[in-house]
Design a protein around this ligand. Structure first.
Ligand SMILES: [Zn+2]
Length: 87
């Protein structure tokens, strides 16, 4: 076994960092517009009915019919609205 080339090593690390940065951007875009697949940007996405309820958190499994990827949309309780407090 030869020792790893430090230049290749650094390039690999940079590439890993970049793709992580890209993933962060994609996640941000999806949070702004959750009507499009975060992987291929198709609008052919749909909740497939698999959901999970946790304390203050709700998850729904979403599927893209264009690229066949699946992911969880996760919702957190953001506010409450009450018709009347004296109920
Ligand atoms: Zn897709």
């Amino acid at each position: 076994m030869t020792s790893p080339d430090p230049v290749v090593d650094r390039a690999t690390k940079l590439l890993k960092d970049f793709s992580e940065m890209e993933r962060t951007i994609v996640r941000g875009e999806y949070l702004d517009d959750s009507g499009r697949c975060p992987f291929c940007k198709s609008e052919r996405i749909e909740g497939i009915g698999k959901t999970n309820m946790d304390v203050n958190e709700y998850s729904s499994l979403i599927r893209c019919y264009a690229c066949d990827k699946e992911w969880w949309d996760i919702y957190k309780l953001s506010r409450i609205e009450v018709e009347a407090w004296d109920v």
